[in-house]
Ligand binder design. Structure first.
Ligand code: FES
Length: 252
């Protein structure tokens, strides 16, 4: 592999000895991540149709200054940096978009554009990727708010309620929770910085937890994509119902 890689790099952009369709793995990144980026930006700036009945769009939660007493623009812009920063600095997405959007390199053992000086994530702006663990702390707070919104999506006008939107919210928060708790930073918080797993009862417990979260961590890529789709769809659903284009069907 080392030999193939060095040949690819010497050969220039896109040169490789790989015979498989290496570019296919970039397709979902271009379509899904690129599409989500455009959609989420437009929706966040739009600033309307974000709440209806018991539903609050996850793009606008927690809802701050919805009546524009202090902030005259879309309330989503007040909180956007946190979920956006969490996704953009995610270890998995970094690999995906470095390949798909920056061709750095386009795939394993495929040549990248010539003349680049590799600096890794040691220089601005990519050094900011190291903020991921701090965005994770904020993600924990956001998960609490989104669970609260989901519980409220099952309660309307003083009664237990189940609409299609309630189920959309439930699926979304489960996927977002799986994405958050399969994060590498969380796994490190749970079981990292230990020299000996068996030396104390506390360390043994942390080891047990670490193994459980490692199971989730191995599936982080799947949760990253599924939660991206679900959070976009939950917002889209609220938008459609709030604007009157579709009607939320009450199931219970
Ligand atoms: Fe992906 Fe932390 S590594 S969310």
């Amino acid at each position: 592999m080392a030999e193939i890689k060095s040949t690819a790099l010497q050969g220039g952009f896109g040169r490789t000895q790989r015979r498989d369709a290496w570019w296919v793995e970039n397709l979902p990144v271009w379509i899904l991540l690129g599409g989500f980026g455009i959609y989420a930006t437009l929706r966040a700036f739009k600033g309307d149709f974000f709440q209806t009945g018991p539903y609050l769009s996850p793009f606008y939660s927690p809802l701050i200054d919805a009546d524009h007493h202090i902030w005259k623009w879309s309330p989503a812009l007040l909180i956007l940096i946190f979920p956006l920063g969490f996704r953009m600095t995610c270890y998995y997405y970094r690999k995906a978009y470095y390949r798909a959007f920056f061709a750095d390199p386009p795939a394993c053992a495929v040549g990248e554009p010539l003349g680049r000086k590799y600096k890794g994530e040691t220089k601005f702006p990519f050094i900011l990727q190291n903020l991921h663990r701090y965005f994770f702390y904020f993600a924990l707070i956001f998960i609490v708010f989104l669970w609260k919104d989901t519980i409220e999506a099952f309660w309307y006008e003083g009664h237990f309620f189940v609409g299609v939107g309630s189920l959309v919210f439930l699926v979304n928060i489960i996927l977002l929770s799986l994405y958050t708790f399969s994060c590498h930073s969380w796994r490190h918080l749970v079981g990292g910085k230990l020299d000996c797993f068996s030396c104390s009862v506390a360390n043994q417990s942390r080891h047990g937890l670490w193994k459980k979260f490692s199971f989730l961590n191995e599936r982080h890529m799947v949760f990253a994509w599924c939660s991206l789709v679900s959070v976009g769809f939950a917002d889209f659903y609220v938008w459609m119902v709030a604007s009157g284009l579709i009607k939320d069907i009450r199931l219970l």
